[in-house]
Design a protein around this ligand. Structure first.
Ligand code: HEM
Length: 187
């Protein structure tokens, strides 16, 4: 894998997603209320994927394992910290999805499903405090947006690397020769 500047990527993804330290602190605080019902988000996620014919084959046969991984990831999403280590971990998650040939749009699609579940859950938990519910949902939206951006950045890099590997295997061209050619054709 190409060397990635995870600190730069973290700053970049924070800027787009609006995941500020204040929002992160709010999520950590809210996690105490959300955590007891977090499995609802995971259950709804896999129930929704089961209804999507294109998604079902990726989940079948490993549902329980995927649910456990997903729940663990959600805990980390809420409890933080959203630091360089988390950025690197989400980058690796993106690469795992490339390895299992998941279409790239599943990342955005999956994020929409998770957002949807959180809207229902958070508005229910904070039914008596709508302003607080709104702030917490804004923070969740930012945290999910951050994670999505990092996974997609990884997707792009991993897919290109895999395409290049295929090209080298098909043509029999060596990597040093490819690198020399690429260098020569730099504009
Ligand atoms: C927001 C979207 C998603 C997130 C945050 C997410 C999260 C994760 C995480 C944390 C892992 C474990 C990575 C590791 O082993 O290090 C994983 C693996 C995996 N996910 Fe996702 N996932 C998402 C969407 C999806 C969707 C939509 C599908 C399928 C329809 C899917 C199918 C899989 C599969 C097949 C694996 C690999 C399991 C294995 O063979 O090890 N994911 N995902």
């Amino acid at each position: 894998m190409k060397k990635v500047d995870f600190n730069r990527l973290m700053i970049y993804a924070r800027a787009f997603s609006g995941y500020s330290p204040e929002r992160e602190a709010l999520l950590v605080e809210a996690s105490k209320d959300i955590m007891p019902r977090l499995s609802e988000v995971t259950e709804q996620f896999y129930a929704a994927l089961h209804e999507i014919p294109e998604a079902r084959p990726f989940v079948e046969g490993r549902l329980e394992q995927l649910k456990a991984t997903h729940h663990q990831w959600l805990e980390g999403l809420l409890q933080g910290p959203c630091d360089v280590k988390y950025t690197e971990a989400m980058y690796k998650v993106g690469a795992v999805h490339v390895k299992v040939n998941l279409p790239v749009e599943f990342m955005a699609g999956g994020t929409c499903l998770i957002q949807d579940s959180f809207i229902a859950l958070v508005t229910d938990i904070y039914a008596a405090e709508p302003a607080r519910a709104k702030s917490i949902l804004e923070a969740i939206n930012a945290a999910l947006g951050f994670s999505l951006m990092v996974m997609q950045e990884s997707y792009q890099a991993s897919s290109l690397a895999e395409e290049l590997e295929k090209f080298l295997a098909i043509t029999g061209m060596s990597r040093p020769l490819f690198n020399n050619l690429a260098e020569a054709y730099k504009s």
